[in-house]
Design a protein around this ligand. Structure first.
Ligand SMILES: C[S@@+](CC[C@H](N)C(=O)[O-])C[C@H]1O[C@@H](n2cnc3c(N)ncnc32)[C@H](O)[C@@H]1O
Length: 281
């Protein structure tokens, strides 16, 4: 009962609707109706530590780009960073069976892969592990190397990704013992990414709603388990803009519950080994 009263005080009439609009505007995330509890539970400690009494007051402080630091903290609190190792395994199998051999047939330049919305780093490090294994089985292939860029909007989660140190559930979820031994160095109860896996990966902050032109061009983009949070228009816009920065014949991976239906004529769907990837026509 006390909790309900406390939540009521944090959200004055109209605050929830204003917050929905604000969040969609800054990072594209669409909060449906009835998510009041999610908002108050995720924001309450941030508001307490900043002496802010209601979500309306919080919005006042961040409107028009005022208080950037607080804005970043709101995004950190509201984003869902759920991820795990080798999520949608068929995607990594397609890299090994189809995409890396195609790149090998076009020697001379480095291959570039973007993990957009990389969360705590499992996705870009998994791409690097897949490349490492491929190179151990196909020595001297890919002489130009493979560069992997991991980006996310959440500054907090990017710091974790850069550390490359995983403890508890995040050191085991999706990893078998062989992968733990092959790609990590034990650090007490935790596992640290090996340098040869880490060296291929760079991280930077990027809001997927903003322009991609400074990122350069890519051969493969992983944009998985993020589009589900966006409106249909935003989703279509993001897919169109990814098409513009993919090299000809480049590939786009979406999450297994996400699809491109009616979003783009520029891609063809390729099915392989139970997985789906979209190839730029
Ligand atoms: C559910 S995780 C997906 C992580 C990983 N791609 C995977 O499939 O396991 C979604 C990530 O999207 C990030 N995110 C949310 N809105 C974003 C935005 N506008 N721009 C970039 N990243 C965003 C969150 O911070 C979070 O780390």
């Amino acid at each position: 009962m006390d909790q309900i009263v406390a939540n009521h005080k944090l959200l004055q009439p109209g605050d929830y609707e204003s917050f929905q609009q604000y969040l969609q505007g800054v990072c594209g995330i669409v909060l449906g109706s009835g998510k009041e509890y999610l908002v108050t539970s995720r924001l309450s400690s941030l508001m307490r530590s900043n002496d802010i009494e209601s979500v309306g007051d919080l919005l006042q402080q961040v409107r028009n780009g005022r208080n950037r630091h607080l804005q970043v903290s709101i995004i950190d609190a509201m984003t869902t960073n759920e991820t795990f190792w080798f999520r949608d395994l068929s995607h990594f199998q397609m890299l090994t069976d189809m995409i890396l051999p195609e790149a090998q047939a076009k020697p001379g330049r480095s291959m570039r892969i973007w993990s957009a919305a990389c969360s705590s780093g499992q996705e870009p490090y998994n791409i690097s592990m897949t490349v490492e294994k491929y190179l151990s089985e196909n020595p001297k292939s890919l002489p130009g190397g493979v560069d992997i860029l991991g980006t996310d909007i959440s500054s907090q989660i990017l710091e974790e990704a850069k550390k490359g140190l995983y403890c508890g559930l995040s050191a085991s979820r999706g990893l078998d013992v062989e992968a733990q031994q092959r790609y990590f160095i034990p650090q007490g109860e935790c596992l640290e990414i090996r340098p040869e896996i880490r060296n291929r990966v760079k991280f930077r902050s990027q809001n997927i709603m903003d322009s991609y032109t400074l990122l350069g061009r890519f051969d493969v983009v992983f944009c998985r388990n993020i589009l589900i949070y966006f409106s249909a228009e935003k989703k279509a816009d993001i897919i169109e803009r990814i098409a513009q920065i993919l090299n000809p014949g480049g590939y786009l991976f979406l999450g297994s519950t996400e699809s491109m239906v009616s979003h783009s004529d520029e891609f063809e769907m390729v099915r392989r080994g139970g997985g789906i990837v979209y190839r730029l026509k």
